[in-house]
Write a protein that binds this ligand. Structure first.
Ligand code: AMP
Length: 285
């Protein structure tokens, strides 16, 4: 496995792969890898039919708000290196903040409106940071396919909009959420939870399963479903709801009635840790 830190070297590496007719799959991450990240590598290979996989590890300062956990975000390069290697990653791109945001950089990329709803309400600059760094990474890595997890569904839909709007030449794959056995979505931030919080954290997933059950039983009224979700989460003393929402998957606007492709999303503080989870219903199989 190659480890590359300089954007110029990464470009050169990708150019060579393209000249040799390889198909490059790209998995952007912030590191502290877990099985959720590694599943994206597999998706790039199988669904994306890629024979070379580049993974980036970059804790992107631009997507953290001033009072968020940029400094304390968990990092473990040696552990990540082992896991990426064992998953068959061909190249680990591990750039420095100064190389991604050199002095004088002034350009950001922002997808209007979609970044101001759901998680964008409590994190108003987050998605501008995401779309800016993803644009830069795509320009550096020049992949044929880029894989994002459904875990960050809003991120996926915003990146999809950006790729369409800017005519970017990359195919996107949305990978399913990998979960613990009790249903908690794997997340690098789960390490922040103490034992009691870890137990209560499963309330996000349970609330989503309750929503799915209601929909399966024929319930279509979004407010009724949201009320049931909130009631379930609020039974957990460590939990404080940031938002629960039922929206369409294009404009991320609230639905009153569940019909068509619909994202049901929850963001909940468990203690001081903000966790997100979601399900998507009503999509063509
Ligand atoms: P992060 O390192 O948290 O920025 O995540 C990097 C990528 O991994 C994003 O596309 C996430 O959506 C994806 N990801 C994170 N957790 C999971 C999970 N539990 N299942 C599937 N994908 C995930």
């Amino acid at each position: 496995m190659e480890t590359i830190t300089s954007p110029a070297d990464m470009k050169q590496f990708s150019r060579r792969l393209r000249q040799e007719a390889h198909r490059i799959g790209f998995v952007p991450t912030m590191g502290f890898l877990h099985q959720g990240h590694l599943s994206l590598v597999e998706q790039a290979r199988v669904q994306g039919r890629c024979d070379r996989i580049v993974m980036s590890i970059f804790v992107n300062p631009l997507q953290f708000g001033p009072r968020e956990d940029f400094e304390k975000y968990p990092r473990d390069f040696d552990g990540d290196f082992q896991l990426a290697w064992s998953a068959g990653v061909d190249c680990l791109f591990y750039p420095d903040v100064r190389d991604m945001y050199p002095d004088g950089a002034r350009t950001t990329v922002e997808v209007a409106e979609l970044g101001q709803v759901l998680c964008g309400v409590s994190r108003p600059t987050h998605f501008r940071g995401v779309t800016t760094v993803v644009s830069k990474l795509l320009n550096i890595v020049m992949p044929h396919v880029a894989v994002f997890g459904q875990k960050d569904a809003q991120q996926f839909f915003i990146v999809r909009r950006m790729v369409q709007d800017l005519l970017m030449d990359v195919e996107l794959i949305r990978a399913p959420i990998v979960r613990e056995t009790d249903g908690l979505a794997l997340s690098s931030r789960n390490v922040y939870l103490n034992a009691e919080e870890r137990k209560q954290a499963v309330c996000l997933y349970q609330s989503l399963m309750q929503a799915r059950r209601l929909i399966d039983e024929g319930q279509r009224d979004a407010q009724t479903i949201l009320r049931a979700m909130r009631t379930h989460i609020e039974r957990h003393p460590s939990a404080r709801i940031d938002h629960v929402a039922i929206v369409d998957t294009e404009r991320l606007q609230p639905r009153t009635v569940v019909e068509g492709p619909t994202l049901i999303a929850a963001a909940v503080y468990i203690g001081t840790t903000r966790l997100i989870d979601n399900i998507i219903v009503g999509e063509e199989p």
